[in-house]
Design a binder for this molecule. Structure first.
Ligand SMILES: NC(=O)c1ccc[n+]([C@@H]2O[C@H](COP(=O)([O-])OP(=O)(O)OC[C@H]3O[C@@H](n4cnc5c(N)ncnc54)[C@H](OP(=O)(O)O)[C@@H]3O)[C@@H](O)[C@H]2O)c1
Length: 335
């Protein structure tokens, strides 16, 4: 084993779009562990939209990344040294660790997962935070019911692709949008969405939604915000529910975009909008893991990843995901 621990640190805070210069690849050392600690060799890491918020120096639901410090991510790693009775060498763990080859941890927030059930990277995607988010938003937040028309934006991404498929399993009619014809084809022909469209080429998004959702939308799973959310709002049915999951259209804006126009529609149609976070309901997450493991085994839940090879390519993978270059979950294979 090489004694170099490659790490990616936050080099500077982005102003507007993230650039490769905001990151720096450095050579650290493999940490020594003390009592109660473990050392992991990191196998896969996740790049997620929320990390863009953590690059800003603002107070939020997670603290900002610090300049000069190793960035954090969801990581799947193998325990290679343990002085913690809860973990033994060879265990595979998942949790928040560093953008680095080797991480030291006290294990407090790490989960041990079984090898051989699903590919290990799935614990960062369909069986991890994005999958749980999809399930929580659809069930606990919007209470989607069979027959509901469910709309999801960023539909071909990590969360959106699971939202659409779970909604189908629940007996809903599912409509989504994405930024390319390839993604639209994936939604309809691989994931079984009832209808989908390319929001970049469709002309008026509001008119397109009205055309393909003539009855209107009962449940909106909002991943994007901005123009797409405004178009969806105008197509909501009376008493529609909106799970406010993310606002990715705004994450790289130098100035926050103003809110959707025509908010009077929320009153006129008696809509319910609820923001939610993955941490809100641990019982719901456990329920999802059990169901999703079954759905995957039965082939009811399909899952695709876009995989970048090598820790050094993590910044490009992150920027690419924010620009929509991923289909399914963007993963970085570290080892
Ligand atoms: N509330 C929570 O606890 C929670 C947890 C996880 C994720 N989230 C949120 O859920 C959303 C999706 O996250 P994810 O991890 O599944 O990412 P993802 O969908 O796998 O990747 C991001 C996608 O966003 C789309 N996008 C980027 N800029 C856009 C724009 N200006 N307009 C429209 N679409 C744009 C791109 O898809 P296209 O190519 O189709 O544009 C891109 O593929 C994000 O907003 C994220 O912050 C929230």
């Amino acid at each position: 084993m090489s004694d170099i621990n490659h790490q990616i640190i936050l080099n500077s805070r982005p102003v507007g779009w993230v650039t490769p210069e905001n990151f720096k690849l450095v050579e650290g050392t493999i940490p020594e562990i003390g009592d109660g600690e473990i050392l992991t060799r990191n196998l896969y890491m996740s790049v997620d939209p929320y990390m863009r918020g953590r690059m800003n120096d603002v107070k939020s639901y997670v603290p900002p990344f610090k300049i000069g410090k190793v960035l954090e991510a969801g990581v799947v790693g193998e325990v290679i040294k343990s002085r913690n009775p809860k973990f033994k060498e060879g265990d595979v763990v998942v949790g928040n660790l560093g953008w680095e080859n080797y991480s030291k941890s006290n294990g407090a927030e790490l989960l041990t997962v079984q090898r051989g059930v699903v590919p290990l990277s799935y614990y960062l995607g369909v069986l991890g935070m994005p999958g749980m988010t999809a399930y929580a938003g659809l069930t606990y937040v919007t209470n989607a019911q069979p027959g509901d028309v469910v709309f999801v934006s960023a539909a071909a991404g990590a969360v959106g692709s699971v939202v659409g498929q779970i909604a189908k399993i629940m007996g809903c009619e599912v409509v989504g949008c994405a930024s390319s014809d390839e993604k639209v084809d994936y939604l309809i022909n691989e994931l079984g969405f009832d209808r989908a469209f390319n929001y970049k080429t469709c002309g008026s998004i509001a008119k397109k939604i009205a055309e393909i959702c003539p009855k209107g939308i009962d449940v909106n799973f909002e991943n994007v915000g901005g123009e797409i959310m405004e178009a969806v709002l105008w197509n909501m049915r009376d008493f529609g529910r909106m799970a406010m999951c993310g606002m990715i259209a705004d994450y790289n804006n130098k100035k926050m975009a103003p809110g959707p126009r025509g908010m009077m529609i929320i009153i006129a149609r008696r809509l319910k909008l609820q923001g939610f976070l993955i941490y809100d309901n641990p019982a719901c997450n456990a329920e999802f893991i059990q169901k999703a493991t079954g759905w995957l085994a039965e082939g009811k839940l399909k899952y695709r990843e876009t995989v970048a090879e090598g820790l050094e390519n993590a910044p490009a993978a992150f920027i690419g995901m924010l620009k929509g270059e991923n289909i399914g979950k963007q993963i970085v294979k570290i080892a």
